[in-house]
Ligand binder design. Structure first.
Ligand SMILES: Cc1cn([C@H]2C[C@H](O)[C@@H](COP(=O)(O)OP(=O)(O)OP(=O)(O)O)O2)c(=O)[nH]c1=O
Length: 193
């Protein structure tokens, strides 16, 4: 598989940064897909479907013989509730009210597509937050950080101050589970370790 080039099918700068740490060369191609969740769709099914659709959309726009395509999708899960990016401040406030002083799970599906074949892996991380006050919610929204993040927070940013505990992969929370990515890249001999 030496002639094949890696494409990251993602507009997320966090995913680019994380993939860079793997030491594998890649270029970015951002696919355009409908990210709406189907009624009753379970979190695992939803993130997996999104990661697959992002990979397929990039595949359809590129020369598939030349590229391996990596795509991912992240949501925050708390019981039956699934949080993607917040629509507005009120929505973010609802999310923070339920995440504050409680535990949730961050789920990222990562998909590698090579020559028509799709492989998917799922990363799961348990996170516990401290209490989030009203004043903190207003200040956090104003910072501009939560707007484009699943669950309306960034663990790599200001929201790190809310983290009481984290169990599992940190990179998975930021948007790309690197152990799983390394395993997928290993199947095409593109892994470093
Ligand atoms: C929970 C959490 C999410 N995020 C980010 C990762 C993702 O960029 C984003 C979740 O939205 P996604 O829809 O998974 O990704 P995206 O729209 O940003 O990028 P693309 O679909 O083009 O790949 O939230 C953080 O940066 N830090 C965090 O702590």
């Amino acid at each position: 598989m030496t002639d094949i080039q890696l494409i990251l099918a993602s507009g997320s700068p966090r995913r680019s940064d994380l993939l860079n740490t793997m030491g594998v060369p890649f270029t970015v191609h951002v696919p355009d897909i409908d990210e709406s969740r189907r009624e009753e769709e379970l979190a695992e099914d939803y993130v997996t479907r999104m990661a697959r659709e992002k990979a397929r959309a990039a595949y359809a726009e590129l020369d598939p013989a030349k590229y391996a395509i990596l795509a991912a999708d992240t949501v925050v899960v708390q019981g039956e509730r699934i949080y993607a990016k917040p629509r507005d401040f009120e929505h973010a406030q609802q999310i923070w009210q339920s995440l504050g002083a409680a535990k949730h799970q961050v789920m990222t599906a990562v998909c590698l597509m090579v020559h028509d074949k799709l492989s998917v892996k799922l990363g799961l991380t348990d996170v516990e937050f401290a209490t989030i006050t009203d004043a903190q919610m207003h200040a956090y929204w104003k910072s501009g950080e939560p707007q484009d993040k699943a669950g309306a927070y960034a663990i790599q940013g200001l929201a790190s101050a809310w983290v009481k505990s984290i169990q599992g992969s940190y990179s998975n929370v930021v948007g790309l589970p690197l152990r799983e990515v390394n395993e997928l890249l290993g199947t095409i001999e593109m892994n470093w370790l």
